[in-house]
Design a protein around this ligand. Structure first.
Ligand code: PRP
Length: 209
């Protein structure tokens, strides 16, 4: 018997790649997925329901069990530390987290400022480096911070590298490689194991092709 599954999807750049992957895995997702402002998309023929969330919120929906599964970047997983299981590396939306800043500049000696959307990841990275820093949490356009003197460095996602380049910034260190992951609520994983296993098997096949 097939059980209904609710999947939390990140709105934005991962969404398209995730939809493509699911389609390749044989899930018939209607054209509505390509152009819609709806936040809940139902696909009764596939026993699937999708909720469209901000990427950083996906693990929250899954942890609370309102979504059985979710698709979340490793960056989000590292930052959010939610009680969910990571089932599969989907190998989509590849990018990495890096330290960047203006070229040829040293960080200030006393509590250099680091602007980021990832305060936990950034704190633990600089702690491991033995550097005491002040973290400034921003919600986007992180590259602005060094340009206008808000921070010495940023910790942010680099994908094509265009944003850094076009804003005259350079990369100083890579922190960690990032891809999107399929995550699951631990209770759903127990209760709906057959249906979830089927999805995982179908996705695994496509990913390893
Ligand atoms: C992300 C990230 C960088 C940019 C990197 O921002 O924070 O700014 O993409 O991509 P690139 O290396 O291909 O230029 P996003 O577009 O998600 O917007 P944000 O400013 O809201 O974080």
């Amino acid at each position: 018997m097939t059980t209904d599954l609710t999947i939390a999807m990140p709105k934005g750049r991962i969404f398209e790649e995730a939809v493509e992957l699911l389609r390749k895995a044989g899930y018939n997702l209607p054209p509505e997925f390509d152009d819609s402002r709806k936040l809940i998309l139902e696909v009764p023929e596939e026993n699937l329901r999708f909720i469209l969330a901000k990427p950083m919120d996906v693990p929250t929906y899954v942890e609370h069990g309102v979504a059985d599964l979710g698709i979340a970047g490793k960056d989000v997983m590292l930052e959010e530390e939610r009680n969910v299981y990571e089932l599969l590396d989907l190998r989509i939306s590849e990018c990495y987290l890096a330290v960047a800043g203006l070229p040829d500049t040293k960080m200030s000696n006393v509590a250099p400022k680091i602007a980021t959307k990832y305060p936990k990841v950034a704190s633990s990275y600089f702690r491991e480096q033995g550097e005491q820093v002040e973290i400034i949490k921003l919600n986007g356009s992180i590259e602005l911070a060094p340009l206008i003197g808000l921070a010495d460095r940023i910790v942010d996602i680099v994908s094509t590298g265009r944003t850094l380049k076009e804003n005259g910034l350079v990369e100083y260190e890579k922190i960690v490689g990032i891809t999107s992951r399929l995550i699951v609520n631990p209770v759903s994983y127990r209760m709906k194991d057959d249906t979830i296993e089927e999805l995982v098997t179908r996705l695994t096949q496509i990913i390893s092709e």
